[in-house]
Design a protein around this ligand. Sequence first.
Ligand code: DQA
Length: 148
Amino acid sequence: MSRIVYMLNGPNLNLLGKRQPEIYGCETLADVEGDCRKLAAELSLELEFRQSNAEHQIIDWIHESRDRAGGLVINPAAFTHTSVAILDALHCCEFPIIEVHISNVHKREVFRHHSFVSGVATGVMAGFGTHGYQLALRHLAKLIDSAK
Ligand code: DQA
């Protein structure tokens, strides 16, 4: 099983740290990437960490991951609640997928309670802050190790 893990981030997450810090915290996406790169090295995983505000770009990266990755972590941000196209792309992947949300979406507006992505995810993390990315990575490492 491949030890490459894709970590994909959706719209507005480039503004992490500046954007609604009372909800998403003060860490930037570069901080999250740095922490995850450190952890990935400890876990002997190779990380492809990416962010885009464009739905088609995220779909293209999911397609790219199909032949390369052993697992995928995705925070689809607002596309979580709208995108059948991202759901369909994820359905084309055969490795485990972890959906991550920094905030607890279930405690927020009703329109954030539904996720198209959860239907295809192995697991869902919500409300663990930016630490959720590292928890997701650790879990993927465990799944990849046990699939050997
Ligand atoms: C989010 C939650 C979404 O509802 C929101 O649109 C985001 C971020 C989170 O990480 O908590 O942009 O995915």
